[in-house]
Design a protein around this ligand. Structure first.
Ligand code: ZN
Length: 161
């Protein structure tokens, strides 16, 4: 599926949440759940540092919120927009709860590469593509025009340690 103008609006919102997370000292990641009617229903950002819980990824919070608040049909028709491609944990959660399409700005591979070139040790979790974890999902990304914004947030976060 191509990235539409509406997709870009929601992806920019995800990047704004990533920026908000970074400004609070958390990992620079943000995500938004949009229903079939194009309405934002839930949004969150990374909260790893502020909670001390490395599983506090916005995509996992979205999966949990969706189970509590949406029917299976609504979940399947929803789209999750995210600044960085879902990690393996969040890809699995997204698939287990039956959420629909994912659109991301920067890929896990891109993010891992930027971190590595800044001298970061490899992540504890392999940066696998979403579709390696959940082959049935519809996934769009990277979105080139927003990639520099996400790259800048990642690089700054690594440099600030
Ligand atoms: Zn994750």
């Amino acid at each position: 599926m191509a990235i539409s103008d509406d997709d870009l609006i929601h992806l920019r919102r995800a990047v704004a949440l990533a920026r908000e997370a970074a400004e609070s000292g958390d990992g620079p990641f943000g995500s938004v759940l949009v229903d079939a009617g194009g309405v934002e229903r839930f949004a969150d950002r990374n909260r790893e540092q502020s909670t001390g819980d490395a599983t506090r990824h916005p995509e996992l919070e979205i999966a949990r919120w969706a189970v509590a608040n949406l029917t299976p049909d609504e979940r399947a028709a929803a789209t999750v927009y995210t600044s960085g491609e879902h990690c393996a944990m969040c890809s699995a959660a997204h698939a287990w709860v039956g959420l629909g399409r994912i659109a991301y700005v920067a890929s896990a591979e891109q993010i891992a590469g930027w971190r590595q070139s800044e001298g970061s040790a490899p992540s504890a979790v392999a940066p696998l593509p979403i579709t390696t974890i959940a082959p049935g999902l519809t996934v769009d990304g990277p979105v080139d025009e927003l990639v520099p914004d996400v790259r800048a947030l990642i690089v700054r976060a690594v440099r600030q340690g």
